[in-house]
Design a binder for this molecule. Structure first.
Ligand SMILES: [Zn+2]
Length: 112
């Protein structure tokens, strides 16, 4: 089994996670807006428009996607015949940092 499937899936999961984070942020905003709107009004309204119910759904989905992404990383760890390359990154004009990563799966070399 080659690692390309898992690398592709991690890319997709990263996209999904970014969408989910945006959705969670939107629900958070609707909660703040609803609380503001309900100030000194009938709180039973909140049961209908409770953003928490919807937000929790996406928080749970996010946990599941993170789990799947973690599984993909484990498969890559086991399947990739790592070949590490080193590279120097300039942090400032007179300061640089050397990193080592696998040219196939981009994993950084442990302890480098
Ligand atoms: Zn690798």
């Amino acid at each position: 089994m080659d690692i390309n499937y898992f690398l592709f899936m991690i890319g997709k999961y990263n996209n999904i996670l970014s969408y989910i984070d945006s959705i969670i942020d939107e629900f958070e905003e609707t909660r703040e807006f609803t609380e503001e709107y309900l100030r000194n009004k009938d709180k039973s309204f909140l049961r209908i428009f409770s953003p928490e119910v919807n937000k929790d759904f996406f928080v749970e989905r996010k946990k599941h996607i993170l789990h799947l992404k973690n599984l993909c990383n484990q498969y890559i760890q086991n399947l990739c015949n790592h070949e590490f390359e080193t590279d120097t990154i300039d942090i400032t004009p007179d300061k640089s940092h050397t990193i080592s990563y696998c040219k196939f799966c981009q994993m950084s070399q442990p302890g480098f």
